[in-house]
Design a protein around this ligand. Structure first.
Ligand code: CTP
Ligand code: CA
Length: 223
């Protein structure tokens, strides 16, 4: 049994994956969120586990499940929660794949009681910037292979390359929005992998399971 596990390509590797959206509270009954399903990150976690990796999955609110897989799941809600969970694991891992759709901003003040309607027809919520989790990991990385995602609607490759460099990544997975098959709440994605040497590899539109395999294969070649 031990020898079969040891023959898997990710045997002995510790991989930290983030998935899903974050929810940023406004008051006890309301939040700001996004449409991320978490599917991409869960597929990555499952493929990595199947290839022998020891996987920790930090997930924002998601209906996806890891039942049947030996994955350690850490549930979080907000970007700040996710920041803490990722930093708590970072020193112990070989690879980090940041596929979560982290909210860029959160409400500056969270009301302790449910906010009541006012007579005014308009209302404003002041937002402040969340920490950039991936960038913060890029600043302290030593041996870890660091992988990010980029979702762009225009100037895709240029913006993705900027993120790759700014966040000190080993490679970035560009999710093409130009393709109708791709994106949030879909079962397929069309990706381009951009390496830190800026070389690019384009993939056809595939199921998220097959996209996860392409991403994990790229990681295996770099370990
Ligand atoms: N990310 C993160 N923490 C944030 C925002 C983003 O760790 N507060 C990560 C995402 O998980 C993703 C990468 O950074 O792996 C790029 O996210 P994206 O939203 O495409 O880019 P941003 O840097 O947030 O820039 P913008 O949204 O303005 O394009
Ligand atoms: Ca963003």
């Amino acid at each position: 049994e031990k020898s079969i596990a040891a023959s898997l390509p990710l045997y002995g590797k510790k991989i930290l994956v983030s998935a899903g959206p974050t929810y940023e509270n406004i008051d006890p009954v309301r939040f700001i969120g996004n449409y991320s399903s978490g599917k991409m990150g869960f597929e990555i976690a499952k493929v990595a586990t199947s290839l022998g990796a020891d996987v920790t999955l930090v997930s924002g609110p998601s209906h996806e499940s890891v039942v049947g897989y030996p994955i350690r799941r850490v549930d979080v809600i907000s970007a700040n929660n996710m920041y803490n969970a990722m930093h708590a694991e970072f020193n112990n891992v070989d690879v980090v794949i940041m596929s979560a759709a982290v909210a860029d901003y959160r409400p500056k003040d969270v009301a302790e009681q449910k906010i009541k309607k006012e007579n005014d027809d308009n209302m404003t919520i002041e937002l402040i910037k969340n920490p950039d989790i991936l960038k913060s990991l890029g600043e302290i990385k030593t041996h870890q292979l660091l992988v990010g995602f980029a979702l762009e609607t225009n100037n895709e490759e240029e913006y993705a390359k900027k993120k790759l460099i700014k966040k000190n990544l080993d490679f970035i997975v560009l999710n093409s929005m130009q393709d109708k098959e791709a994106g949030f709440q879909k079962n397929t994605n069309k990706i381009t992998i951009i390496d830190k040497d800026l070389s690019m590899q384009q993939f056809d539109a595939k199921t998220k399971t097959d996209v996860a395999k392409d991403i994990i294969n790229t990681i295996i070649t770099k370990l």
